[in-house]
Design a protein around this ligand. Structure first.
Ligand code: T6T
Length: 327
């Protein structure tokens, strides 16, 4: 073997050891996939956190498939296809139904895939003593508290009196159910406030607009609306705007989308409650890597915080950084 060849071989090995190709560096590393609940800005921001963490750990970034609509029939086929790959070690998922997604995810477990739930949970979310304990962890907002924040904000802006309404998504979605629960409990603390209804829009923006418009007709003295998520808040804000009731009917928007922030700037929305989906995604990958490396003390339930945004702080960089910077 010529000296030149040996020199080239040594240089190549040194380069490969410093800058390993993706193919070589994946040996001995876990394959981690992400399955969101629906195509929306919240989960797109979560994907940013997941991707950043995968890159930081030098892991393969498996493209996430976003269900086109919210629902078990939309999420399960994607889940089944991910299990059928046969090479996944971890699945980071936002299960769209706390009961109906148990069996499909048990199949993933049976196939040797470990599960971390983000944003939404299975069962009652207590993975230590609850009915479902197989997920490694739950990482998400404290959604009951999120509903209470909305109730307090609406009470503050309406002087603690008046009729209020909730635009919700679907029964069975742990997060929005809990937001509705927290809001209902919070409003009950104000004797002069009355919750006149909670409609379920199936996580569809157009339905949310239609339902809110109908409620505004039926309850002409409505004082405030809580939109429990991206599409619910979109519906509430835009129905109020279409009715020319901005400033008369106060809107509290959960999720800091560009639409919610614009409605805040336009005086249609009073307050925006931003979650921290990027944190959820990043931490989920960290937990998977910790488990892969033998850590046995991974917390079973982690709540990420909120940024509460109003007209006074929307341009504060410390707050604005939590606006969902995706279309
Ligand atoms: O509000 C988020 C998420 O927390 C919830 O579980 C479902 O709706 C969103 O994705 C927003 O559309």
């Amino acid at each position: 073997m010529s000296k030149r060849f040996i020199s080239l071989l040594i240089v190549s090995l040194v380069i490969l050891s410093i800058f390993p190709s993706t193919a070589m560096s994946q040996e001995g590393k876990p394959k981690i996939a992400f399955l969101p609940g629906i195509e929306d800005p919240f989960y797109r921001v979560m994907e940013i956190g997941v991707t950043q963490a995968l890159e930081d750990f030098g892991l393969e970034v498996i493209p996430a498939q976003f269900p086109p609509q919210w629902g078990v029939t939309h999420q399960t086929p994607i889940l089944d296809a991910m299990v059928a790959r046969g090479d996944l070690n971890y699945l980071i998922i936002a299960p769209v139904d706390k009961e109906q997604m148990i069996a499909p995810l048990q199949s993933a477990i049976d196939a040797g895939i470990k599960v971390i739930t983000v944003d939404t949970f299975l069962g009652d979310g207590d993975y230590v003593n609850g009915p479902v304990t197989f997920p490694l962890s739950y990482i998400g907002s404290d959604n009951v508290e999120g509903g209470r924040i909305a109730a307090r904000a609406l009470a503050d802006v309406t002087g603690g009196a008046g009729k209020v309404y909730v635009q919700n998504t679907t029964v069975g979605t742990s997060t929005t159910e809990q937001r509705g629960q927290g809001f209902t409990e919070g409003i009950a603390e104000y004797p002069d406030m009355e919750l006149v209804g909670m409609d379920y829009n199936g996580d569809d923006a157009n339905t949310a607009v239609e339902q809110t418009a109908a409620k505004l007709q039926v309850v002409p003295d409505l004082a405030g609306i809580f939109g429990v998520n991206v599409f619910s808040a979109y519906g509430a804000g835009n129905a109020v705007k279409s009715a020319g009731l901005e400033g008369t009917v106060q809107v509290i928007a959960f999720d800091a989308t560009q639409d919610a922030i614009q409605n805040l700037r336009d005086g249609i929305v009073t307050l925006v409650i931003a979650q921290k989906p990027s944190d959820m995604g990043y931490m989920a990958v960290e937990f998977a890597m910790a488990d892969w490396r033998g850590v046995t003390s991974i917390p079973k339930h982690v709540t990420t915080g909120y940024a509460v945004i109003d007209a006074s702080n929307v341009d504060d960089p410390e707050v604005a950084r939590f606006i969902y910077q995706v279309p």
